[in-house]
Write a protein that binds this ligand. Structure first.
Ligand code: 9PG
Length: 529
């Protein structure tokens, strides 16, 4: 055991020694260390939430836009200016290595106050792992302990996925997808995954008019090419325009005063969520999963799952993450042997129930938006750097679940990413071994097709040489600069930020941006496709 463990002051109901550290028990525990850490590892609640090593003395603005926060971070802790994390936190040790405090149960939170950790369970009591030493070894041990409690994914090999989102976005239709399927030829994709845009509405999971032959016919055509048919759904979400909302308002999660709990804003509407403890809602979820399996989809990307863990007053009175896990369990059983990829999901509560997990926010053809990351202090918005940063701090999950860093790009049209930035995204996918793209073959030059083919075929040897440094197939790759936090705002920028932050909270702005990006996507498809 690392000698530092003996020099800590620990307040916990119980403490016993473990390989590489200690197992502590308590609803609230404290650990004081005899040094002042220079770095603190914050860990975001769900797939898209920021995870990074940060300067513990730096005070961050709370992220904006407020309307998107329920879908990006743990709303309960969004106003916190001091560093805190979901389930775990870590600091650097003066002699090298790290000290990690990680919850072994649900609803755990770790705060750093100067030179002490405070670990808190939102409800009830629970265990914690306190580990010290080499970063990789400490996280390996934490992952082992989590596996004992939650289990691990079952899929043998990471799938190679073509996903419709990052080229067509919502503008998919039957013809467009069939054309891509034909154009993919013999490129070695295991899965052809239909993303958002096929459904009648969020909550109404039947094909819309753009899929006149129906979802079963599409799955048949996909399977005839030797690939697994994949489908996106956000099964827990409900929007006001849906039939589900009108027919079953009693299934929705409400707060103490009886109002629907907000799950954020998207598709030009407020988002609400099913109460995953409501028996009728669970039955509906079970039917929905069996229906999509019967259509022929054996790979399911289930998205916006965080909504099932929002605070609220539930049909059955139980802690919010446990309530979500119970719902996911029903989904898992209904899906049988299908591959389940969870997305926008609280991390610990879905361990053991899914095969793959998105571990970062969406990528985009843009490296970074200074407006988003600096003015709005939001690092969960789509962007290559945001995706890389958070994923790098989630690689430790690999022994527990297949880790999806989102898609990579090989095409060079309508992208502002440089060749190096595209390569960095590809290298991240090589680390994760989960390879996906949305590139339209028609957008790719011959040399780009060949790069894509070898990316999909090859598994280069990888060795880690530093926290963010790797040798991948003989090349030295440094993710360090991408992992850094954005620089603080200057005096003048602070003034502009006040305005930008206010504007970002106006709904019409989000709708306007949505419409503009829909038009840009359509133009790109028309021009290139
Ligand atoms: C489909 C997409 C893709 C993508 C998912 C998810 O408003 N938001 O904060 C927000 C975050 C992520 C997001 C959409 C909206 O993307 O990650 O791969 O499936 O949904 O709509």
């Amino acid at each position: 055991m690392h000698p530092i463990i003996q020099s800590l002051t620990v307040t916990a109901r119980q403490s016993r020694s473990d390989t590489d550290g200690r197992i502590l028990s308590g609803a609230e525990i404290g650990i004081t260390f005899p040094f002042t850490p220079k770095e603190y590892l914050i860990h975001g609640w769900q797939s898209w939430s920021l995870s990074a090593w940060v300067d513990p003395t730096r005070r961050f603005l709370s992220p904006r836009p407020t309307t998107l926060l329920p879908g990006q971070t743990d709303l309960v802790f969004a106003p916190e200016k001091r560093p805190h994390g979901s389930w775990l936190g870590a600091v650097d040790l003066p002699e090298g290595g790290i000290l990690l405090l990680g919850a072994l149960g649900l609803e755990g939170h770790v705060f750093l106050h100067e030179n002490s950790f405070r670990g808190v369970y939102e409800s009830g009591d629970g265990d914690w792992f306190l580990g010290a030493g080499d970063e990789r070894i400490v996280f390996e041990r934490y992952a082992q302990l989590l596996q004992r409690r939650f289990g691990k994914g079952r899929a043998a090999k990471e799938p190679r996925v073509w996903c419709s989102w990052y080229s067509f976005y919502k503008q998919i239709n039957e013809n467009r997808l069939l054309n891509v399927l034909a154009d993919l030829g013999d490129l070695p994709f295991d899965v052809f995954q239909v993303d958002d845009g096929w459904q009648q509405g969020i909550g109404d999971w039947e094909p819309n008019m753009k899929f006149p032959s129906g979802m079963e016919a599409l799955a048949d055509t996909i399977k005839a090419t030797g690939r697994t048919a994949g489908l996106w759904l956000a099964p827990l979400l409900v929007v006001p325009s849906s039939a589900l909302y009108r027919q079953h308002p009693d299934w929705l999660l409400r707060d103490e005063s009886g109002r629907f709990v907000s799950a954020g804003y998207n598709w030009g509407e407020p988002l609400f969520t099913l109460d995953t403890t409501h028996p009728a809602a669970l039955e509906w979820l079970d039917d929905l999963m069996k229906k999509v399996r019967a259509w022929g989809y054996d790979y399911l990307k289930l998205d916006f799952l965080y909504s099932g863990s929002l605070p609220g007053k539930r049909y059955a009175d139980m802690p919010r993450e446990a309530a979500f896990r119970q719902g996911l369990q029903v989904i898992r059983e209904a899906l049988g042997d299908a591959y389940l990829l969870t997305c926008g999901t609280p991390i610990l509560p879905s361990l053991g129930l899914c095969d793959g997990m998105r571990i970062g926010p969406d990528v985009s053809g843009v490296w970074e938006s200074s407006r988003d990351s600096r003015m709005l202090a939001n690092m969960a918005t789509p962007g290559a750097r945001n995706a890389i940063r958070t994923c790098l701090h989630r690689l430790w999950l690999k022994p527990l679940v297949q880790i999806d860093p989102d898609v990579v790009y090989f095409h060079s049209r309508q992208l502002s990413l440089t060749a190096q930035e595209k390569l960095l995204l590809q290298d991240l996918a090589r680390l994760c071994e989960f390879k996906a793209t949305s590139d339209l073959p028609a957008w790719l030059r011959q040399d780009e097709i060949e790069s894509l083919r070898s990316f999909l075929q090859e598994n280069p040897a990888i060795t880690q040489t530093g926290r963010y440094q790797y040798v991948i197939g003989g090349r030295t790759v440094d993710f360090g600069p991408a992992a850094e936090m954005p620089t603080p705002l200057s005096g003048f920028e602070k003034v502009t930020a006040v305005f930008i932050r206010w504007v970002s909270d106006q709904h019409w702005i989000l709708n306007l941006f949505g419409k503009l990006s829909d038009r840009a996507v359509e133009k790109a498809i028309q021009k290139n496709g």
